[in-house]
Design a protein around this ligand. Structure first.
Ligand code: BG6
Length: 471
């Protein structure tokens, strides 16, 4: 039954601003995350949550952290490069050499341990200077800035990196930017959001084409957060709402780079809402040529919806909690699923269904670049972390992998969130995800010592047995 091949990429993920710290070291500029004060939800400041300035201090601990990944048996490590280490403001003509050097060192360390780097070019940490000029809404500025940055990375690391991802969770930035940094303004799920959406697509298309000219052997993919959307009932109106939601939440972020353009239903939606998106013909032509090699996707949960009602409120959720869209769908609770202590629904079968749906629509190799459980871990006086709940969550998802592969889906790796503890996007360091515990609290930085959690030893066994021993 287990058809997982020997070269399956078992590993885990992090992102630069959530793990590195060293926010102002070695010429690094300010990102939108550095100027955000810890946890907040627009209009609701959560003051008891840390900022990202020190995070897990991976910048100074990367050798130790990578050694721990190697000890777990990682075949791959998915991480992102911090744009402001390379281009502090985003507009410089020459990169910051110290930043470039840091990632050379990190990559060398991975290569030394035979861990395949899966590199995300951009993960939520836009240079703040660019944001102040309109960020992703300012097409003229941002497309060039992103391309110059991507070009530097492609040239610098061409002998070290085979797998690139363009932008982490473009869909979450477009739909929930206000949750990811208070610097992201004007995100309204309307005109401005869709202009951002298009500008990001142009930037990604150009980067995809550029990579092929610099390194023919490299592979590149997009990395959205994909949750298959279920209808709450079998009422045709609910099924239609689910179809709409799948399109708006998931597929429109992949379509341009596989199908070569925008879905008619999306174009109709823009028209009905009188959104006038500035799109040039030559930009649409890019999508005909800029093809991805694989789809990286982050999966935490499924989502359920029903037909929209007239009096629906805009539901303030977060990246996994669902949302409403006028005349399209209304978020609904799935009573068949349990939720994590942070309210995220847990749905391992949804993982299989999501993988199948991606395969059906795109027929490309796919890789999981995030999946995991945020929880409040406890460090015991013996230095242990008994995170059985995390093992249970991961086991139930890993159990699906042989089934997914047997379904004919080209799944080539599993990289859950997160390799080590890091600071959550908007819920602090207490919401932990790692296999390795980092000894700090929201405000007390303690000694930053690393401790192996129970899930560390469990995942080590899973990898060593190539997914056969998941007990
Ligand atoms: C994904 C992001 O949305 O979910 C990560 O790519 C993030 O950056 C992860 O940390 C978990 O979400 P959160 O909000 O619990 O940190």
């Amino acid at each position: 039954m287990n058809k997982i091949t020997k070269n399956f990429l078992w590993g885990a993920s992090t992102s630069a601003y959530q793990v590195e710290g060293a926010w102002n070291k070695d010429g690094k500029g300010l990102s939108v995350q550095d100027v955000s004060a810890g946890g907040f939800i627009k209009g609701l400041n959560v003051e008891d949550i840390t900022d990202f300035k020190v995070a897990s201090d991976h910048y100074h601990h990367y050798k130790e952290d990578i050694a721990l990944m190697a000890e777990m048996g990682f075949k791959s490590y998915r991480f992102s490069i911090n744009w402001t280490r390379i281009y502090p403001k985003g507009i410089e003509q020459e990169p910051n050499q110290k930043g470039v050097e840091f990632y050379h060192n990190l990559l060398d360390e991975l290569i030394k341990h035979k861990i395949e780097p899966l590199v995300t070019i951009h993960h939520f940490d836009l240079p703040n200077y660019l944001e102040e000029q309109g960020g992703w809404k300012n097409k003229d500025l941002i497309v060039d800035a992103y391309l110059r940055y991507a070009k530097t990375l492609f040239n610098e690391y061409k002998n070290k990196v085979k797998y690139w991802q363009t932008i982490n969770e473009q869909n979450m930035v477009v739909m929930f930017g206000h949750l990811l940094s208070k610097q992201f303004t004007g995100v309204d799920n309307g005109q401005e959001s869709y202009q951002m959406f298009h500008n990001m697509n142009v930037a990604q298309a150009k980067a995809i084409l550029l990579l092929k000219t610099i390194n023919k052997k490299a592979k590149i993919g997009v990395a959205p957060n994909i949750s298959l959307v279920y209808p709450q009932t079998n009422k045709p109106e609910d099924v239609l709402a689910a179809h709409n939601a799948n399109l708006i939440r998931n597929w429109i972020y992949i379509d341009p780079f596989v199908k070569g353009g925008y879905d008619q239903i999306l174009l109709n939606f823009w028209k009905e809402n009188n959104y006038k998106i500035d799109i040039l013909e030559e930009e649409m032509k890019l999508f005909k040529k800029a093809k991805i090699n694989f789809i990286a996707f982050n999966y935490y949960s499924s989502m359920s919806v029903k037909a929209p009602t007239k009096d629906q409120d805009f539901k303030v959720g977060d990246q996994q909690m669902g949302f409403n869209l006028e005349n399209m769908f209304q978020s609904a609770k799935n009573d068949n699923l349990q939720v994590s202590e942070y309210g995220w629904e847990i749905d391992p079968i949804g993982f299989r269904l999501t993988a199948r749906a991606l395969h059906d629509r795109y027929n490309l190799p796919i890789i999981i670049t995030e999946n995991g459980l945020g929880a409040k871990d406890v460090l015991t006086s013996e230095g242990k972390i008994h995170d059985k709940y995390r093992i249970d969550y991961l086991r139930k998802h890993i159990e699906q992998i042989p089934k997914i592969i047997n379904d004919g889906v080209k799944l080539f790796g599993y990289n859950p969130w997160s390799a080590i503890d890091l600071v959550s996007t908007h819920q602090g360091i207490s919401k932990r995800y790692g296999f390795v515990y980092v000894n700090r609290d929201e405000f007390d930085l303690k000694d930053m010592k690393r401790y192996r959690k129970d899930s560390f030893y469990w995942y080590q066994k899973v990898i060593a047995s190539n997914g056969n021993n998941i007990d």
